[in-house]
Write a protein that binds this ligand. Sequence first.
Ligand SMILES: NC(=O)c1ccc[n+]([C@@H]2O[C@H](COP(=O)([O-])OP(=O)(O)OC[C@H]3O[C@@H](n4cnc5c(N)ncnc54)[C@H](O)[C@@H]3O)[C@@H](O)[C@H]2O)c1
Length: 237
Amino acid sequence: MTGAAQGFGQAVSIGLAGRGVDVVAVDISKATETLEKVEAAGVRGVGIIADVSEPDTATLLEGVLREEFGRCDILVNNAGIYPNAAFADVDYELWRRVHRINLDSQFLMAKAVLPLMTAGGWGRIVNITSNSIALPAPGLAHYMSSKMGVIGFTRGLANDVAQHGITVNAVGPTASLTPGGRAHIDPAVIAELSGAQAIKRPGSSADIVGTVLFLAGDDSGWVTGQTVMADGGLVRL
Ligand SMILES: NC(=O)c1ccc[n+]([C@@H]2O[C@H](COP(=O)([O-])OP(=O)(O)OC[C@H]3O[C@@H](n4cnc5c(N)ncnc54)[C@H](O)[C@@H]3O)[C@@H](O)[C@H]2O)c1
């Protein structure tokens, strides 16, 4: 689980723990609260404080999985950033940073877990994208590019790993009141978007958990390469 210290990543970690899944929480910040809640559910929680956009983190993760568990069944690629910036203010450094953290990290983490998943003959990879890719929202060209990349990566990887019993799907939340959303998204934008949703309230950290758990479990075995917008019915694919 990446980006597990707060927000969607914390909520999904706790949801997985509730289903009896041990959780390795990878985050650039300490995931103390998440790990406490995971362990309170009676499973193991292991924290890795690291930047998911660094290739060394993939090596570290693979080592921890091999030594501590000897297996990996589920990868949720959730860590991401969403700095809003007018295109005139997006320099190459910001462009690359957003792509490194939102997209390159998903490649790196998949590389880290796939040898173990393949050996186990069963796996679920869930990549977090965003419903913003289909919205006329300004200041997000760099972000939308990275999140469309997530969808392309999901579709492509699904083809390469299906023979090993592994599915790969993406989940797209809407603008939500996670800690990151509260800090980085204009409340007026959240209000406007939630008013346009079929379900007219802002999203919260808990709102994608059920969809991710479905895609991370046995019941979704015939679903792969797909993107599910878990967004209160705003964007329809
Ligand atoms: N909140 C929203 O409105 C919204 C909407 C659509 C999609 N999303 C996506 O959902 C995901 C999670 O968003 P959130 O709202 O829970 O965010 P958040 O900011 O509340 O939490 C993100 C977590 O990721 C961690 N993180 C950030 N960069 C990292 C890095 N380089 N390495 C390791 N960990 C890192 C942070 O420390 C934090 O714990 C992101 O991919 C985001 O793009 C969010």
